[in-house]
Design a protein around this ligand. Structure first.
Ligand code: AMP
Ligand code: GLY
Length: 424
């Protein structure tokens, strides 16, 4: 098969690496890809949110199968446009992707189908929103309804701060995304990212992983896209996974079908493991980044076969997925300054030496090459150092060994405490 993969992050490098292990993939093109993907697949400079550019390139080249990595093209309806042209594509339609693109949609959906989640209200009016806030205990959870690049959630400690935030939301802090605001009950517990693949009728469980959203050690500093991940998280037992399938994932697949927009793609449930059991924080309609890199290293089954079966609505004919019994970790290296302002263009060396360490695999995110052919940083999150070990501690030590002893990039930084929940 000739396959096109949309996206340019560490997630897409890991997907590309895994897809190329499948005998079903004859040729892989990534749009637009990155410096690491360019070493293993063709990269074509069409951006993931340039829907008309993607459509014309894909149609022109006659790909057999398209896989969509990030959320923007899903929310913009790329899958619908490809389906209308008769092109096989893995990913949810625009209507189904509302599970990620509209928090209000998802909260209302959860209420209708009895899916456990935080109590909430949805507001388009400041006065009504403030009144609701005053009825809630601190801390306060405020969310822009629409996509805000992972930044649309704030959790003020005091009512005064919450009211100020609310005013900013309604005066366009996140543009149209915050014209509607969701206010939620604050939930306590450990967070787990759980993934399942759905074909619109049924769902195949993958595994859980834990992300680290804050920029600095000890979960301090601003929220980022994710500074590292690992699996398996000890808090997420097999019994909990079974509960999540029964109480959250399966009712979601059935509800979306019932509502007339069946979900085909990756269901990424952001979960809070509370004292009362697992509750849904939010859905994403795609693989997580940095979690996907961990999943791809842990998955022993043929990924392409699964995606083909999901697209054909035949997941029930696929065997349960096989996973390594090893632990996997992913430590993100980011440019100093991220998630705020940062410089681009610093040179990175030592990656091939890092990759030679047994058990290490480096995936690129924001990388490219300069005119001399040197590898340079071109983004905030730049590299993903993944490592495999017999224990989480062993995997973690190996990843930091690669970073400390092999990689030379003074302009980068990483968290030193990835997997801390598991190692306490
Ligand atoms: P979201 O974009 O909805 O995943 O929210 C971003 C982060 O905010 C989550 O990963 C949680 O750490 C936190 N968060 C969101 N909603 C809640 C909630 N209801 N209670 C506690 N923390 C929350
Ligand atoms: N790791 C969180 C996300 O991909 O949204």
């Amino acid at each position: 098969m000739r396959v096109a993969l949309i996206g340019s992050g560490g997630r897409e490098h890991a997907l590309a690496w895994k897809l190329l292990q499948s005998p079903r993939v004859d040729h892989l093109t990534c749009l637009p890809g990155n410096g690491g993907i360019a070493e293993i697949a063709d990269c074509v400079p069409v951006k993931a949110d340039d829907i008309s550019g993607l459509l014309s390139y894909i149609e022109d080249q006659g790909f057999d199968f398209v896989i969509v990595g990030p959320e923007q093209p899903l929310a913009l309806g790329l899958v619908d446009d490809l389906m209308a042209r008769g092109i096989a594509v893995f990913g949810p339609t625009q209507a189904a992707a509302q599970l990620e693109s509209s928090k209000a949609f998802t909260k209302d959906f959860c209420t209708r189908y009895n899916i456990p989640t935080a109590a909430y209200g949805v507001f388009t009016d400041l006065k009504a929103a403030k009144k609701f806030l005053q009825s809630m205990p601190a801390p306060y959870v405020l969310k822009a309804d629409g996509l805000a690049a992972g930044k649309g959630v704030v959790i003020p400690e005091t009512l005064e701060d919450a009211e100020t935030e609310l005013e900013e939301f309604f005066s366009g802090k996140f543009g149209d995304a915050s014209a509607k605001v969701v206010i939620e009950e604050f939930m306590r517990g450990q967070e787990v990212s759980f993934f399942a693949i759905s074909d619109g009728h049924s769902a195949l469980p993958m595994i859980g992983a834990q992300d680290h959203k804050r920029a600095f050690d000890g979960d301090e500093g601003p929220n980022t896209g994710g500074m590292g991940a690992y699996a398996p998280p000890p808090v997420f037992t097999d019994a909990l996974q079974t509960r999540v399938m029964n109480e959250i994932i399966n009712p979601t697949v059935a509800g979306m079908k019932e509502d007339g927009h069946p979900f085909t793609g990756v269901l990424f449930a952001g979960l809070m493991i509370t004292e009362d059991g697992p509750k849904l924080i939010e859905y994403n309609a795609r693989f997580g980044d940095p979690e996907c890199q961990v999943l791809m290293r842990a998955l022993e089954s043929d990924l392409m076969e699964i995606l083909i079966a999901a697209e054909a609505h035949q997941l029930d004919e696929v065997n349960p997925l096989k996973w390594t019994s090893d632990a996997i970790i992913n430590v993100v290296l980011a440019t100093k300054g991220y998630p705020g302002a940062y410089e681009k263009g610093s040179i990175i060396t030592g990656l091939s030496d890092a990759d030679k360490l047994e058990g290490v695999k480096v995936f690129h995110a924001g990388t490219g090459h300069d005119d001399n052919g040197d590898l340079i940083a071109t983004g905030g999150r730049v590299l993903n150092i993944t490592a495999r070990g017999k224990s989480i501690r062993a995997a973690r030590d190996l990843a930091y060994k690669a970073i400390d002893e092999k990689i030379n990039w003074p302009e980068g930084f990483c968290r030193r405490d990835i997997a801390h929940h598991a190692l306490k």
